[in-house]
Design a protein around this ligand. Structure first.
Ligand SMILES: Cc1cc2nc3c(=O)[nH]c(=O)nc-3n(C[C@H](O)[C@H](O)[C@H](O)COP(=O)(O)O)c2cc1C
Length: 320
């Protein structure tokens, strides 16, 4: 069954699947592989480190496939967006923060604007700004999201109703074809998938992260700011991150305010523990769908498998 939606038609892709623009781990090879497989590969530019972009942008831009790039709105600048637009992305996605300063410039360059939202106020703002696609992110998601996020299932449905025909993609906890089928049934035009694509051969993750994703369970993930504080990260405090369990979390879980009271000391202590090998250097960002990650396939094969499993799930639904 071909899953044709407003999203597949807008970008001329075969499957209603977008790679989440995972900062650092969704590099040019992964984005190109997802697009070659029939989805839309979105490069994970984070705030837009120029050196990283200079290395990764040409890889996906030179692959001869539809592609896009995603930025954390709070961390990026118009200069970085200008530089990126020179490579000709078909889409630029903004998440976490105000995309307002960037939308017009992206449209002028002929690219579609995708805005990821975490609550209804953000969804309304995205539609007012003229987003071509809205991504409704549920709190099941891996990586960063709203501290007071919504669950994917009810949130996607209400954003679809609000959007009145503007394509909505669902994000958060979708890691196999059944999840994709479920959000299509809600009226979404496709899914933005992160955690599952982190566990592919092209992802820019080290082998210990890949192993942790295959072994990880959704019930071992948790959402908080502890590791952002400990790493002295600049993420605004309204965003938390979902990660796999981490020894540092066990000690600080209920003492976030205490840790945040002296961030410099927190960072020093954390770095000391990392240097001694007591805690891993980096958290493993993973969503609740991580139970469904059981292998490390090539990303293009995964796209095809997700799409055909979704087709089967939709054909089978209600017929058993
Ligand atoms: C490792 C990781 C890094 C992420 N980094 C970003 C990012 O830089 N920008 C962004 O818009 N979203 C980022 N996200 C969130 C995704 O856009 C998306 O909402 C999420 O991956 C969907 O949930 P899932 O992980 O359950 O598929 C990240 C997610 C993960 C897992």
């Amino acid at each position: 069954m071909t899953l044709s939606t407003a999203f597949t038609r807008l970008f001329g892709v075969r499957h209603p699947i977008a790679l989440a623009p995972m900062g650092g781990s969704a590099g040019g090879e992964l984005a190109a592989a997802v697009s070659r497989g029939g989805g839309l590969g979105l490069l994970g530019a984070g705030g837009g480190d120029p050196e990283w972009l200079a290395r990764e942008l040409p890889i996906v831009a030179g692959a001869g496939v539809p592609w896009g790039v995603g930025f954390q709105a709070w961390a990026t600048t118009i200069e970085v967006i200008e530089l990126t637009l020179e490579h000709g992305p078909g889409a630029v996605m903004f998440s976490f923060g105000d995309p307002g300063p960037f939308v017009e410039r992206v449209h002028e360059a002929g690219a579609a604007v995708i805005i990821q939202v975490t609550d209804l106020e953000e969804a309304r703002q995205a539609l007012d700004l003229g987003a071509d696609v809205v991504v409704a992110q549920g709190t099941e998601s891996g990586g960063h999201g709203a501290r007071h996020g919504r669950s994917t299932l009810p949130f996607v449905a209400v954003v679809v109703d609000l959007a009145q025909g503007v394509p909505v993609l669902a994000a958060g906890g979708i890691a196999d074809g059944r999840g994709l089928a479920a959000v299509l049934a809600l009226g979404a035009a496709g899914a933005v998938i992160g955690t599952r694509f982190q566990a592919t051969s092209e992802a820019l993750v080290d082998p210990s992260t890949a192993k942790a994703l295959v072994e990880g369970r959704g019930q071992d993930t948790e959402r908080n700011r502890i590791l952002d504080i400990a790493r002295n990260s600049r993420w605004p405090s309204r965003y938390t991150a979902r990660t796999l369990g981490h020894p540092y979390l066990d000690r600080w879980r209920s003492r976030e305010a205490e840790l945040a009271a002296d961030p410099a000391a927190a960072r020093l202590a954390y770095e000391g523990e990392v240097a001694r090998g007591d805690v891993p250097a980096s958290p493993v960002w993973a969503g609740e769908g991580v139970d469904l990650v059981t292998d490390l396939p090539p990303a293009a094969d995964l796209v095809a498998a997700l799409a055909s499993e979704a087709g089967r799930a939709l054909a089978r639904a209600g017929r058993d």
